[in-house]
Ligand binder design. Sequence first.
Ligand SMILES: *[C@@H]1O[C@H](CO)[C@@H](O)[C@H](O)[C@H]1NC(C)=O
Length: 262
Amino acid sequence: MATRRPINPSRRVSESGSAPFSSSFHSRSRSSPYLSVALIVLVVILIFMFLYRGQGTFGNYKAVTGVEGDFSCTVEVERAIPILKKAYGDSMHKVLHVGPDTCSVVSRLLREEDSEAFGVEPYDIEDADRTCKRLVHRGLVRVADIKFPLPYRAKSFSVVIVSDALDYLSPKYLNRTLPELARVSSDGLVIFTGYPRHQKAKAVDKAKYGRAAKLRSSTWWIRYFVQMSLEENEAVVKKFEQAAEKKSYKPNCQIFHLKSYN
Ligand SMILES: *[C@@H]1O[C@H](CO)[C@@H](O)[C@H](O)[C@H]1NC(C)=O
């Protein structure tokens, strides 16, 4: 085979054209038994990959990781906006959202009629897109550490919505931040927080948020709200549940509706 090759003029052209490729071709053709073995191994690997993928699509594998991997209560806020509007009515006219990716929530809220929207981003937004930079520039979105008092006067907003942010605070900081969120709202505080069953997915965020999320049960939260003298807004809860049922909305996060301080 090797002796015949130089006779083939087209082969010679391609050989001189791409020397590295042809030399690797030579060595591979010389060790053809190994090549076959390698090919078989490759095919077996590909078959396994294909089977694994297939299982992922039709079996439980993907269903489970899909929920955990994509899990974000900030995304949930966007999904819930129509329901929140039904539950809060006119009170949704001046909303503050607190949480990561607040730019996307603020942009979404600004698309609603008669809605003013503001955001507090608790983490840095170095990778902010142009829309987000514009919101920051207009003063609608601020980057602020929520462990410290919020830079707003009391009752600056009708409704304050917080997502994916309280999960990262220890009770010591929660004790300061939660009253702050209630302080700057006049008609209610909505808390979106992960279910404890999502704990594993959240632990991955440790690098970004500096602290692994501590996802607490609803019992824990309710007991905590009572300690902090924050009351559940029962009228809103009822309206929210009714609207959710009508639109077949099933939240992937725990949602609490609290009254603002009087
Ligand atoms: C947080 O506040 C509650 C209620 O005032 C108090 O019982 C609790 O000890 C505080 N926790 C911390 C860690 O400071």
